[in-house]
Write a protein that binds this ligand. Structure first.
Ligand SMILES: CC(C)(COP(=O)(O)OP(=O)(O)OC[C@H]1O[C@@H](n2cnc3c(N)ncnc32)[C@H](O)[C@@H]1OP(=O)(O)O)[C@@H](O)C(=O)NCCC(=O)NCCS
Length: 189
């Protein structure tokens, strides 16, 4: 579980590559965003898939109210000016999900482009369900944006069902998507 220090850069590149577009509005430019998010990734909130010794997929999750990336005021201020930190906290607060007792909430699943379609994403989802079982959780939950129907199709095939839908309303232009769907899979299913 997790990644070692020497893997942080590749995990960061993978994570930012998949979710940078959504997070970019919080930062002055993509380089800054990638650097700050990569530095804040928590190895103990991530499942990692490797192939030939290299990281090819990751699946973040929340634990004790904290997600995969440390995007707290303290972390942001360590890398950004006060003004830039205020902006980042404001933009990111809307994207953060909160854990629920008894539910493992996922925080970003992605697979290296060159390795997609070979079952790695499915393996990571199975590992998340297994982790939830070990933790004694009754379900695994994730959110998928409306512009990503292929990912949603994968989740449905893996046994996730829709429990809620949300909308960012007028803020959609800031993040690049409007609606998102929350899906869940029971750990005893
Ligand atoms: C979604 C993702 C994690 C799946 O990983 P994977 O290893 O390709 O998954 P599997 O091989 O187990 O399953 C393949 C299925 O994943 C989905 N998928 C494949 N490529 C995808 C892509 N570029 N974007 C979204 N979903 C994709 C499809 O449902 C695919 O089945 P299909 O080929 O019959 O359409 C991976 O495609 C990815 O990292 N996508 C970009 C980031 C992303 O969209 N993350 C999900 C955020 S909710």
């Amino acid at each position: 579980m997790g990644f070692v220090t020497s893997e942080r850069a590749s995990v960061g590149a993978l994570y930012w590559g998949a979710f940078g577009e959504k997070l970019a509005a919080a930062f002055r430019d993509v380089e800054t965003g990638a650097r700050v998010v990569t530095a804040g990734l928590r190895a103990d909130r991530m499942l990692v898939a490797r192939f030939a010794g290299k990281v090819v997929g990751v699946c973040g999750y929340y634990q004790d109210g904290r997600g995969t990336a440390d995007l707290s005021w303290r972390h942001l201020r360590g890398h950004l000016s006060r003004t830039a930190s205020v902006r980042a906290v404001g933009v990111l607060s809307l994207l953060s999900r909160h854990g629920r007792p008894g539910v493992l909430v996922l925080d970003g699943i992605c697979v290296n482009e060159a390795h997609r379609g070979h079952g790695i994403g499915s393996m990571l989802l199975d590992a998340a369900v297994e982790l939830a079982r070990e933790r004694g959780d009754r379900a695994v939950q994730l959110s998928v944006i409306d512009t990503n129907p292929r990912a949603a199709a994968l989740y449905r095939r893996r046994g996730f069902t829709t429990v809620d839908r949300g909308s960012l309303g007028p803020l959609q232009h800031l993040y690049g998507f409007e609606h998102y769907t929350t899906m869940r899979k029971k750990t005893d299913a």
